[in-house]
Write a protein that binds this ligand. Structure first.
Ligand SMILES: *Cc1c(COP(=O)(O)O)cnc(C)c1O
Length: 397
């Protein structure tokens, strides 16, 4: 009998009841705008910022409209100007080079290793080309942050972290997003907390944080923030910083706060599923699982494996045959962008040189989402399906 999987790869869990109740409270009083506050009221957005600052151990936090907006705001706050070059990962998703392009800057792509992290040797060679690195912890893989920060600090390169896939993750117990000058997170439906759209930004730097608040569209109401720098800092930046509205609203913040309280539990549930899948795929001929470094605490909300040096035809067969059995895999080697998946050389607004070592890795990356709606048994089934199709194709080759 050929086993099939019938679940949905895009179905998330429902919003928890306490988050629905909090959202209804906001809807009933009608004050959705973050600065529309009743006497003595803090507002859900300001409280969310306070909660997230405490969770990550950051001095300052700002909630915004999306993860992409958080990254663009961070780039503006550190002073990136049109025409500047910004170092970033060749292996990432379109909002990352998009954030760089949105401020008129030019991405300078850095390669990817077989561990799916940024290639630190390639980065070292390119550090003199830019003052800023927008580091994407793509699919939750965290590079050697000790080496990266030592290198960037020595070269005077400011690091902004894209933590869209690492909210709740850490490197040597330091939360992801807390190594660089600014950490950016997404609260979009497919990430680790779900408000449909939304983003968060954290920093310990008072001037960067104050600029980010002004940029997000605080007008002169920044005093209503609870995880922002003191008013004197705003005095220094308020006439210099444009308002580029991209605020979070209190409805989304109300939905997010209970989810943040559950984050650790959700991370453990993701990792249970990840480990079942990883175990089921390990030791499959022709397939490499990605070994996770000891220092990395990851969130297994997706899984990647490598079919390295496979012929495109054989690899496409695996994807198609898995899909016919209900298992949706994404391939980063596809020549044309599909759905959320695209390659550095498909972002034609950002000119790039060919990167052969990176192309070899990208051509072998197979990627799969792990929604929490999957049971552990379903994860074991999915692994059996992938394993059998990979072995079938491998034996035929
Ligand atoms: C989703 C995502 C973002 C940004 O998220 P949005 O909230 O959709 O703007 C940034 N980086 C990566 C790698 C992502 O997957």
């Amino acid at each position: 009998m050929t086993e099939r999987f019938t679940g949905s790869f895009t179905q998330q869990e429902p919003i928890p009841d306490d988050a629905i109740a909090a959202a209804l409270d906001v809807l009933r009083h009608g004050r959705l705008h973050r600065y529309n506050l009743a006497e003595g009221e803090a507002g859900e957005t300001a409280l969310l910022e306070q909660d997230f600052a405490a969770l990550t151990g950051a001095r300052y936090c700002l909630a915004v409209a999306s993860g992409g907006y958080a990254m663009a705001t961070a780039l503006r706050a550190v002073g990136v100007k049109p025409g500047d070059r910004v170092l970033s990962n060749a292996f990432t998703l379109a909002p990352v080079p998009g954030a760089i392009a949105s401020v008129g800057a030019i991405p300078e792509f850095v390669g990817v290793t077989e561990g799916l992290t940024i290639d630190l040797d390639d980065l070292e060679a390119k550090l003199n080309r830019s003052q800023v690195l927008l580091l994407s912890h793509m699919r939750g893989h965290i590079c050697d942050m000790d080496r990266l920060m030592a290198m960037c600090d020595a070269a005077g390169v400011t690091v902004i972290e894209d933590c869209a896939h690492t909210m709740g993750a850490a490197w040597r117990d330091v939360p992801s997003g807390r190594h660089g000058a600014i950490g950016c997170y997404s609260c979009q439906t497919y990430k680790h907390v779900n408000s449909g759209e939304g983003g968060l930004l954290v920093s310990d730097d008072e001037e960067l944080a104050a600029r980010a608040v002004m940029l997000s569209g605080s007008y002169m109401l920044y005093g209503r923030h609870k995880a922002a720098p003191s008013l004197e800092v705003f005095e220094r930046v308020k006439y210099q910083t444009p308002n580029i509205s991209g605020r979070m609203d209190d409805l989304r913040a109300a939905i997010l706060r209970p989810q943040l309280r559950d984050l650790d539990t959700q991370v453990a549930r993701w990792n249970d599923r990840y480990r079942v899948l990883e175990q089921g795929l390990r030791d499959t001929p022709g397939l490499s699982v990605i070994d996770r470094p000891e220092a990395e605490s990851y969130v297994g909300s997706s899984i990647q494996f490598l079919l390295l040096d496979w012929q495109d035809k054989a690899l496409c067969d695996v994807i198609e045959r898995c899909s016919a059995r209900g298992v949706e895999l994404k391939w980063f080697g596809a020549p044309e962008p599909v759905a959320f998946t695209s390659r550095y050389d498909s972002w034609r607004y950002a000119p790039s040189q060919p990167m052969p070592a990176t192309d070899r890795v990208l051509a072998g990356i197979v990627d799969m989402r792990i929604p929490l709606t999957f049971s552990l048994e379903e994860c074991a089934l999915i692994a059996r399906i992938i394993r059998s199709e990979v072995m079938r194709a491998h034996n035929a080759a």
